[in-house]
Design a protein around this ligand. Structure first.
Ligand code: ATP
Ligand code: MG
Length: 562
């Protein structure tokens, strides 16, 4: 094998940057952080950032912190802090250190004083509107604030008065003195502090001035000794400001690297949209199994492994793009295919009677738990002459290629016998309400001596033994590729899939009526399901995690969506 043929592990652009900085000696270790703002629940996009930051620290023997960027008390809450920690642990990660940007408020205040003393920051009396007008536009430079040339002494005095509560909310700001003509609007004397009397979930009422995100984020990274500050692309234009603050303060200077936000087809994964869905009752809370929150995926039945595998497979990208939702769905299918025991359940029942079965007789059959995993063994099922099968598995008249049951045809009952349908019973409207079959005693699964072959196998439950459960058939929340694309007068709400939830009664193998909350199974031929927390001792509730195959892809191919 020549050198070029050797398998080489491909590195993404962040890993390349890290390795180059380690090689050049710019940094001597990999120190990352995951920095959520505690203003909402984590979503699948955050999972990507978590996997990236914790993953890099692990790969390079480094450290990863969890830091709450809690600079906006008006929108933040401990409820979010707790749920974020819980979701990160559930995903399988543990932070090395836990920090809050609010723990750095004193240090930030002192650093602001330093910038003021050195002529790099000033107190400005313009209100929010005026500040915006002075800022200029993308094509026009801004104008200097009339307060830009205050002396450091005056600025210090005013800044202290701001902190001491001597001015009303919004009356003054502290701004960095950079360049009002910069082509990068973020460098046009950005605001560092605003006056805002809001109760903070950690600092209480100690402060009436709060630092802006940009003035907090990089400094927090620096204090913690972060070396690689990975963030999403919208912060690319903020990097010069990140660098400016570190340079002017002369403090440890991490490297900010931007990557593209995860966007998934058929989903909207911003906190803003999710908040609206929850507030307007369009979904049943943050943990609604249709929501793209980690809470939602947990309740839906996704495993942490399936989400981690998905994140690792899609990798990190430098440019925005959309990932097909089918890849996430396939990730959970693949994991559950290995993990989930098979069980039989009938969700749309049609009565099937075996006319040559001895009256009242019940037999035990042996059903394999997971054909892909011999170690999972088998279980016993009660078989009788009165069964439920799926409506869909029977046609009175069917095309030649219909390999399920039809009148005059034969099929194998999984873990049962080959049956032959000779007649049907109909109601007054002509609907088939019962299928009449005979069974072939020589064809019992596992003991078949008949040599008979049939093309199809269907599932069933014994009518007298099956238990009723509630089944929640979840489907995609939006019925379009990109719910953010709206015609005039429409919002994303108009794209909600009206069929994203159907609640039905299902008939399941008896032991499933005792399944524990959180148990996952495959209902044979139907999909993967999890026992929901709404289950009671009297009635289990099963959520459909995902169907066995991508039915949407098929429908699209036939032009059947919308
Ligand atoms: P949202 O758009 O939902 O409000 P956010 O970026 O405001 O998200 P933060 O709590 O500030 O949410 O984010 C914490 C970390 O997660 C940040 O580093 C952010 O860049 C990253 N992140 C947020 N959304 C995504 C996404 N869709 N893909 C990858 N990373 C993301
Ligand atoms: Mg944010």
């Amino acid at each position: 094998m020549t050198e070029s043929q050797e398998p080489r592990e491909s590195k993404n652009f962040i890993e390349q940057a890290i390795e180059s900085d380690l090689a050049s000696g710019r940094f001597d270790g990999v120190f990352t952080r995951f920095p959520p703002e505690p203003n909402g629940y984590l979503h699948i996009g955050h999972a990507k950032s978590i996997c990236l930051n914790f993953g890099l620290a692990k790969k390079y023997g480094g450290t990863c912190n969890l830091r709450f960027d809690d600079t906006n008390p008006a929108k933040e809450d401990v409820e979010y802090v707790d749920s974020i920690m819980d979701d990160i642990r559930w995903l399988g990660f543990q932070w090395d250190n836990l920090h809050y940007a609010s723990d750095y408020f004193d240090q930030l205040f002192q650093w602001a004083e330093k910038l003021i003393r050195e002529g790099h920051a000033y107190v400005c009396d313009l209100n929010a509107d005026e500040t915006r007008q002075y800022r200029g536009t993308l094509t026009e430079p801004g104008r200097n604030s009339p307060h830009r040339d205050r002396s450091p002494e005056e600025n210090l005095k005013l800044f202290h008065a701001m902190r001491d509560g001597e001015f009303p909310d919004g009356a003054k700001t502290l701004r960095a003195k950079i360049d009002m003509a910069s082509p990068n609007i973020n460098l046009r004397d950005p605001v560092m502090y605003r006056i805002m009397r809001a109760h903070h979930h950690r600092t209480g009422d100690k402060w009436c001035i709060y630092p802006m995100y940009d003035w907090t984020h990089g400094q927090s990274d620096s204090i913690e000794g972060i070396t690689f500050s990975n963030c999403t692309l919208e912060f690319e234009n903020h990097r010069p400001l990140y660098d400016w603050y570190c340079e002017k303060l002369g403090i440890h200077h991490p490297r900010q690297i931007e990557f593209a936000k995860l966007k998934l087809s058929t989903l909207l994964i911003g906190k803003r949209h999710m908040l609206r869905m929850v507030k307007e009752g369009l979904v049943d809370g943050w943990d609604d199994p249709r929501m793209p929150t980690i809470r939602g995926y947990r309740r839906r039945g996704y495993t942490p492994e399936s989400i981690r595998n998905f994140c690792s497979e899609i990798g990190v990208a430098k440019f925005p793009g959309t990932i097909d939702i089918v890849r996430l769905e396939n990730s959970i299918r693949e994991h559950l295919n290995r993990l989930a025991p098979r069980r039989m359940a009938v969700l749309d029942p049609l009565k099937l009677t075996i006319t040559n079965w001895p009256a009242g007789h019940v037999e035990t059959t042996e059903a394999v738990n997971n054909p892909g995993d011999p170690e999972s063994g088998s279980r016993e099922m009660a078989f009788s002459g009165s069964l439920w099968i799926e409506q869909d598995d029977f046609r009175e008249e069917a095309p030649r290629k219909f390999f399920r049951l039809k009148k005059g045809g034969s099929v194998r009952l999984r873990a049962g016998y080959i049956i032959d349908c000779h007649d049907v019973v109909k109601d007054d409207d002509g609907n088939v309400i019962e299928v009449l079959c005979t069974y072939d005693p020589e064809t019992k699964s596992g003991e078949d001596t008949s040599g008979r072959k049939v093309k199809g196998t269907i599932h069933w439950v014994s009518a007298d033994h099956a238990k009723e459960v509630e089944v929640r058939l979840y489907d995609r929340l939006f019925a379009v590729e990109d719910p953010s694309v709206c015609a005039e007068g429409q919002t994303f709400v108009d794209h909600l899939n009206p069929d994203s939830l159907k609640v039905i009664t299902g008939y399941v193998e008896p032991e499933l009526a005792n399944a524990e909350i959180g148990d996952r199974v495959q209902f044979e031929r139907l999909g993967y399901f999890i026992v929901d927390i709404d289950s009671t001792p009297e009635k289990r509730v099963f959520n459909r995690i995902v169907t066995l195959r991508d039915t949407w892809g098929k429908m699209e191919a036939k032009g059947k969506t919308n």
